[in-house]
Design a protein around this ligand. Structure first.
Ligand code: ATP
Ligand code: MG
Length: 321
């Protein structure tokens, strides 16, 4: 089984990324042949500052390794080290109907949030299809927001197979953990790097405290029962607390007598404890500045061997070169 997934270096890693995609991806690295990458071509749509993009790439690499990515088990690389992705994207785009892309929610959501509607943003699903298909991937662990893009990938692969020969591409499947498919942000919308509503995984403690204590709540008095539906505090607590602690918090909502400030403090503590081991590992990784470069260079080399083979097969099938 070949597994593939990517993360954009469009900002710092957040707990939506972790629970939506990384947790599953980290487990899968022990079950198959995993390819994980930092999607820097994609991030050019939202980060248009060379130094900042490089910083984000480096931090994301460190953070992913700190979370448990094992370079001995997974091929870990930076997308732009493989221009083969961009070439395949072009080839795929020539069979991709405009209507297929026009239906994509992610593009519309981003534009609605003020991101400028560039061709790159519109064509994002085609590059993502190339990312997936170039490794003959079977399984793509993603959050719910990316499900449609994996379906678009399948549609493009089917179209390529119909046009240039059955068996040219495998059809990948999305893998979504329904429990954590959409992690809410501080404002209750989907947590997203580009929506400025994230809790970063490696947030400094004072900033983390400020964010959690600042979560907007309704004006229910301390003594009254509080609504469970739609509570970001509870939704986030469920991710990081034990089942028993979560049940207690639910009961305290239903009973009344406990204020939101108390719930927020419990959330802060559970969040800090949950990620403490990751912080330790992160400090070790940072202590060896060459380590990350070495991992990404080795990853790129392994990825290149596969990507070049697929691209040669495709160029041959379509009549290029
Ligand atoms: P951007 O705002 O730049 O799109 P992002 O925060 O959405 O960034 P991505 O790098 O696009 O993060 O997504 C990486 C992975 O994390 C994808 O598989 C995506 O589905 C998943 N993911 C992102 N946000 C969430 C979320 N709030 N809940 C669950 N999964 C998420
Ligand atoms: Mg995204």
């Amino acid at each position: 089984m070949r597994i593939l997934s990517g993360l954009q270096p469009s900002g710092r890693l957040h707990i939506g990324n972790y629970f939506g995609m990384m947790e599953a991806a980290l487990k899968l690295q022990h079950e198959g042949d995993a390819y994980y990458f930092i999607a820097d071509y994609h991030s050019l749509n939202t980060v248009q500052d060379g130094k900042l993009l490089r910083d984000h790439v480096r931090n994301l690499a460190i953070d992913f390794l700190a979370c448990g990515l094992d370079p001995a088990k997974s091929v870990f690389f930076r997308q732009s080290d493989l221009p083969e992705h961009a070439e395949l994207s072009w080839i795929l785009s020539t069979v991709t109907p405009m209507g297929l892309l026009e239906r994509c929610h992610s593009y519309k959501d981003k534009v609605a949030h003020g991101i400028k509607p560039s061709h790159g943003l519109f064509a994002y699903p085609v590059l993502m299809a190339a990312d997936i298909l170039i490794y003959d991937s079977d399984v793509v662990p993603v959050g719910r927001d990316q499900k449609q893009h994996v379906e678009v990938t399948r549609d493009i692969a089917i179209k390529m197979n119909e046009t240039f020969g059955e068996g040219l591409f495998k059809l990948p499947m999305p893998r979504i953990n329904e429990q954590t498919a959409v992690v809410p942000g501080l404002d209750g919308q989907k947590m997203s790097k580009s929506y400025d509503n994230t809790i970063q995984l490696f947030e400094e403690l004072p900033a983390l405290k400020k964010k959690i204590m600042g979560i907007k709540t309704d004006s229910t008095p301390v003594e009254s029962p509080k609504s469970i539906e739609g509570s970001s505090i509870l939704a986030l607590y469920k991710l990081v607390a034990s089942q028993a602690d979560y049940d207690t918090m639910v009961a305290d909502h239903e009973k009344g007598g406990v204020g939101y400030g108390d719930f927020k403090k419990r959330l802060l503590q559970a969040m800090t404890e949950h990620f403490a081991p990751f912080r330790e590992r992160r400090a070790e990784i940072i202590a060896d500045p060459k380590y990350v470069d070495r991992v990404l260079a080795e990853g790129a080399e392994k990825a290149r061997a596969v990507a070049r083979k697929t691209l040669a097969r495709v160029r041959d099938a379509v009549g290029l070169g």
